[in-house]
Design a protein around this ligand. Sequence first.
Ligand code: ZN
Length: 300
Amino acid sequence: MRLDSLPDRNHRQDFTDVRLAKTGKRRTILRKLEPRVFQRYDLFLANLTTLELLPKRFWSKITREALIHCYNVDTIPSAALLDELERATRAEPYRCPYCLMRQPKSWDHFLAKEDFPEYSTLAPNLVRACTTCNTAKLRTFTNTPRQVVNPYHDPIPASPLLWCDASIDGAGKLALVYYIYRDPDVPDQVLDLFERHFEAFKLEPDMTIEGASLVGTFVQEIVQEYTTPITAERLDAEIKRKLGGLSDYPTNSWEVATFEGLRDCAGLLEYVNSRIVARPIRPPRINRAALRAGLLAAKL
Ligand SMILES: [Zn+2]
């Protein structure tokens, strides 16, 4: 859900470079197709935020194969294009823009290459994504209404839409719930798209698991740090310290949402303090060498 920057490329030249790297009959087919491909490129670039409305074009079996071949079989120009794209979108933390959780290790075609083979090597159609999201993102994800936020072209609201409600349940357990906040300052259609995206990629269950682990580690660190119960101000300072460490994280990062959620969590102070109080006091270290020496002396 992050807005990535795309390198400034000449897309027509990219296509020409790739087709010139092909050989034999395929090269001839691609040369003949080039004007039609360029028309389709113009259409794509003129409709960046409404790509789901783009009509499919009919391609014969042989032309479809040649177009998909441009992506499926590496050439020096296509490999260079992907390399540059990856470098341009690599930021810290390096995350898949669909889930913002996992490492991106594959290329997703925003408009599936099976339906739109002419865009198989068009840079703005290539999204570096994790394999889980890439596999989950079926071709229907970009049907109308679209279910996927386009990380390059959709306007992403400045304030985070991913929120986390943290609470302590009746059994004294911490519960985390992630959701898209219906910010009144954001248009409904943007909020609806974010909600569909959140649902389609099934992000909530994974965030709940990761969030529980993140909070567990955080509480453990506090329990190790303090020997007596802490104040609400001290706990808030600890949460703020964590948030400070995440200042470079993208908008809608689940880690930021988690710690923001903790700041409003009623009962968190008692939850943390009960663990500080219950922390087992470690017995003093036994000096085995001294003990053995003592026993030996006693025997003598
Ligand atoms: Zn992902």
